[in-house]
Design a protein around this ligand. Structure first.
Ligand code: GUN
Ligand code: ZN
Length: 432
């Protein structure tokens, strides 16, 4: 098998950095390299050492650029690629007015195929190598999604949304059909190649108690699948959801009551939470997911990262396309930094880059496979240029430290700063 050696400055994380002085949290090598054999990383670190491990390797010289693990997006809606940037509404009106009509189009396999391919290519153009996506209610959309991911050998997680009420007729399943379609898709796709299935009740508003029961049965039968849904994004949503489940103590208790909370569960948004909910998220290991560009775009509110982490949760960060406004995890960090600034929380650039790589991998329980440049990891790698635009190059003239460079990348960078994205060892970036 041909070895490929990527030469450049390498950066990989071992744990979440406490701050800039926490140098044990990461390895940064100026004269660095990553050696890939097929779809795996077999060595990384000092160039001379790595070269010895792969004397026959083809060398791709990315100097002076920065090489990191590929980015991971823990919450995104692939059928919303043509919803992004839809004007003027907040969550429930936005769903009814823009999202549901668009998702209805995914019953057509040709449309779903076309959008799945374009979605995945956009992700890799932006440096994202793994994502967790909601597909539409139609099994066809999941087929399209995993088929397109397999063709690119991308590690992708996803599932069909289950929704049996408060949605148009052509977007509703039933408790039984939601269960059966999900079970069939799990049997066909989960663990096949790099695919992972996420059991996906859309949110409490669009699932009856009967559907929640069937969801619980799916979760019990498939404990190694992820589970994804939405939680406490918007005040009207919370009022509606809790009115539909009057016995629940709060929004989270709806999901808790069906036994859905565990460390495989991803809860998008998690903004307006009571202290009981925060404590329960921490106790169960369920993961709140911060979606900053979406939360600002829909005017939903400010995710309180410090409060949740202080209680002991392990939070993800995500684009939430199509309420989110950028495919770029760099731009997601840019807006995330501002959301946290509004609450006097300063996200450090080293923490930020750890978050979109190793941190999100850990949230997914996949840190042994993706999210770092460690030997044995899958070869999902990005190459970053902090001088990608004239404004970035000008600012770089005054940058002296790695942390400053990373902060510049996350503040001013987007797909133009992605020089190359390697997915399972193969270059996937299209021209800027
Ligand atoms: N809540 C339920 N469905 C959705 C969705 O598609 N996007 C967002 N942002 N919130 C949701
Ligand atoms: Zn979402």
């Amino acid at each position: 098998m041909q070895d490929t050696l990527l030469r450049g400055r390498t950066l990989t994380f071992h744990h979440r950095p406490e701050g800039v002085e926490d140098t044990a949290a990461y390895s940064y090598v100026e004269n660095g390299a990553v050696l890939m054999r097929g779809a795996k990383i077999i060595a990384s670190g000092d160039y001379d050492q790595v070269r010895k491990a792969g004397p026959q390797a083809e060398v791709i010289d990315h100097r002076p650029h920065l090489i990191t693990a590929g980015f991971i997006d823990t919450h995104v809606h692939f059928p919303q690629v043509q919803v992004i940037a839809s004007w003027g509404r907040q969550l429930l009106d936005w769903l009814n007015g823009y999202v549901f009509p668009e998702e209805a189009r995914f019953i057509d396999p040709a449309h779903a195929d076309e959008m799945a391919g374009r979605f995945l290519d956009l992700l890799s153009d932006h440096g994202t190598t793994t994502a967790v996506a909601f597909c539409s209610v139609h099994a066809t959309s999941v087929e399209a999604y995993f088929t397109a991911a397999a063709a690119r050998n991308m590690r992708m997680i996803g599932g069909k949304v289950m929704m049996d009420r408060n949605a148009p007729d052509n977007l509703r399943d039933t408790p039984q059909s939601g269960f059966e379609d999900s079970a069939e898709l799990i049997a066909k796709w989960h663990g096949k190649g790099r695919a992972g299935y996420a059991i996906s009740p859309r949110f409490a508003i669009t699932s009856t108690p009967e559907q929640m029961e069937m969801t619980a049965a799916l979760v019990q039968a498939h404990p190694d699948c992820h589970i994804q849904t939405h939680l406490s994004e918007n005040r009207d949503e919370i009022a509606f959801a809790t009115s539909l489940y009057p016995k629940a103590r709060d929004y989270l208790d709806i999901y808790e009551g069906y036994g859905l909370l565990n460390d495989k569960m991803l809860l998008g948004h998690a903004i307006h939470l009571g202290s009981r909910e925060v404590g329960t998220l921490a106790e169960t290991g369920a993961h709140p997911v911060f979606c900053p560009t979406s939360n600002l775009f829909l005017g939903s509110g400010l995710f309180d990262d410090a409060r949740l982490r202080g209680a002991g949760t392990n939070n993800g960060i995500a684009s939430d396309i199509g309420a989110g406004t950028s495919y770029s995890m760099l731009q997601t960090l840019n807006e995330g930094y501002k959301v946290l600034q509004l609450q006097n929380q300063s996200l450090h650039a080293l923490q930020a880059f750890d978050w979109i790589t190793r941190g999100n991998a850990q949230v997914l329980g996949l840190a042994d496979r993706i999210g770092t440049l460690e030997a044995g990891s899958e070869a999902d790698v990005v190459v970053l240029d902090a001088r990608a635009t004239p404004a970035m190059a000008l600012r770089m003239e005054r940058v002296e430290t790695l942390a400053d460079e990373l902060f510049l990348l996350q503040t001013l960078g987007d797909d133009r700063a992605i020089v190359q994205t390697y997915v399972a060892g193969q270059p996937r970036k299209r021209a800027n």
